[in-house]
Design a binder for this molecule. Structure first.
Ligand code: IMP
Length: 481
């Protein structure tokens, strides 16, 4: 692995689907070859699961994944910050890491979360009615949106004198006040909305604890660059949730695409060596929005998890269900809903941040070709490939048809037409063997190897990493001969 990355001092890792691709695990693996890890977008809506060298689990939302391995962590200016959560994450991580923390930088000009952002998000989702985005509820949209309106408090503002800080907050408060009034009238919020003075007191109360972390991170990163420190830039969410090139408005509000690394860090574009795009073998989606290769209906898939939690938590119940269902699938008797249920249980498809059930889709080549067009990855990491084990025939979406016409590879219709897109399927042969945990390409069954090669041919991009289980060792590195 080190050999492959040797000439890539600054690597970007991004998601290619709608999040939850397992970026944390991939970052965990490649991080060994980097000194610094950097976040450049998103905020507390992200959830990356990583492991410490002594195998302790750490779920990070705001702090870069490098924390688990004691690497320097930089939260670039493009990241949105909730100080209370940051301090909470810090103290939990300290416990897990036995008190040792690496150097952590927080940008002085990152947009700063207030309770008002949370309230505005609740209002926006209410106002959308049936057209809800299904956000994570972390105030990400309001934070990014109000920042663009030039009325955002910033992290560094908490160090101003109280009067000045209250003035800044007042502008935001006055803008939102009519909405708060309406929310109170409609009983959407109970109790009083905190005043600017109250919010200022709360946020400035964090100042002494926050101070050691605050910096001009673009300067820190530029110094790192000059010193040839190797840096890993970790994307949050994924291309399908990018605010410009995702399925707007059913997106998050920041730059989840690789180009966001420049905007969110202040490093010039030529600083970045290559992009590794992480793709889930069977893509998933939570929240609302178009998903052409989806197996079942979103709401039903999400409810299935809620109503059948035993299948996810009870080992025996789970094993019996999976065995029964796989027999039905291989007998060609399973509906798409039943296929979805099988893969939801097999992949334990529940969100790390919200615990919501995720809806599963078939492998979607037209989407991936589009994601590759925007992100320009040098390599792909294909996670959860083991989930296809034992499935005799695997349906793969190889084309999109709109109004009877096949779309050119890389062409994506606007989201409001995507519901009309008819996926074109091919049936690819699967394999009998369980490849869970395999970490050598040579140990893969012939049919699994051919599957990867066939996929690569369509995507015209090398699949460098293939995940075969959740553990750090459960991955195949496919170096090109
Ligand atoms: P927001 O980012 O909370 O505004 O949510 C906007 C959309 O992005 C919703 O559909 C969320 O479910 C989705 N989303 C945000 N973060 C993640 C993530 O880390 N994984 C998967 N989906 C996400």
């Amino acid at each position: 692995m080190g050999g492959v990355l040797k000439n890539i001092p600054n690597l970007i890792v991004v998601g290619g689907n709608w999040g939850d691709e397992g970026k944390g695990k991939i970052i965990d693996l490649v991080m060994a070859h980097y000194n610094t890890t950097v976040r450049f977008s998103g905020g507390a809506n992200a959830g990356h699961t990583v492991f410490t060298p002594d195998h302790k689990k750490l779920v990070s939302h705001l702090i870069p994944c490098g924390l688990a391995q004691g690497k320097e962590c930089v939260m670039g200016r493009g990241e949105l910050v909730d100080l209370r959560l940051f301090l909470e994450e810090l103290s939990q991580s300290k416990k897990i890491l036995g008190g040792r923390l690496p150097k952590i930088y927080l940008d002085q000009m990152s947009p700063l979360w207030t309770p008002w952002h949370g309230a505005l998000e609740a209002w926006m989702e209410y106002a959308r009615g049936k057209g809800k985005v299904g956000t994570t509820g972390k105030g990400i949209g309001p934070l990014e949106g109000l920042y663009k309106l030039r009325i955002a408090p910033l992290v560094g503002h908490i160090f101003l004198d109280k009067k000045k800080f209250v003035e800044i907050l007042e502008l935001l408060y006055k803008t939102l006040q009519p909405i708060f009034k309406e929310m109170q009238d409609k009983h959407l919020i109970s109790g009083a909305v905190p005043t600017p003075a109250e919010v200022a007191a709360q946020l400035q109360g964090y100042a002494p604890k926050i101070k050691p972390f605050v910096a001009d991170t673009s300067f820190v990163l530029q110094q790192n660059f000059k010193k040839h420190r190797r840096m890993l830039f970790e994307g949050a969410q994924a291309l399908g949730l990018d605010s410009r090139y995702g399925t707007y408005p059913f997106v998050s509000s920041g730059n989840s695409a690789a180009f966001g690394a420049a905007e969110g860090t202040g490093l010039p574009m030529q600083s970045f060596g290559a992009t590794l795009m992480v793709v889930k073998t069977l893509p998933t989606r939570v929240g609302a929005g178009p998903f052409v290769s989806e197996m079942w209906q979103r709401q039903k898939a999400m409810e299935f998890v809620k109503k059948n939690i035993g299948l996810f938590t009870d080992k025996q119940e789970r094993a019996e269900f999976l065995a029964r269902r796989l027999r039905k699938i291989n007998a060609g008797q399973a509906s798409n809903a039943e296929l979805s249920q099988y893969f939801q249980v097999l992949g334990d498809e529940r969100g790390a941040t919200t615990g919501r059930g995720r809806s599963v889709g078939f492998i979607d080549i037209p989407w991936l070709v589009y994601a590759i067009r925007i992100n320009g990855p040098k390599w792909l990491a294909l996670t959860r490939f083991d989930m296809l084990s034992g499935v005799k025939t695997i349906p793969v979406v190889v084309g999109y048809r709109l109004n009877g016409k096949l779309l050119a590879p890389g062409q994506l219709p606007p989201p409001w037409y995507m519901e009309k897109v008819k996926p074109v399927f091919e049936q690819w042969p699967g394999w009998k063997e369980n490849i869970y945990g395999t970490n050598k390409e040579a140990s893969l069954p012939k049919s699994a190897k051919s599957f990867l090669q066939r996929l690569e041919k369509h995507l015209k991009t090398h699949i460098l990493l293939v995940g075969t289980g959740p553990g750090r060792q459960e991955i195949i590195v496919r170096t090109r001969k």
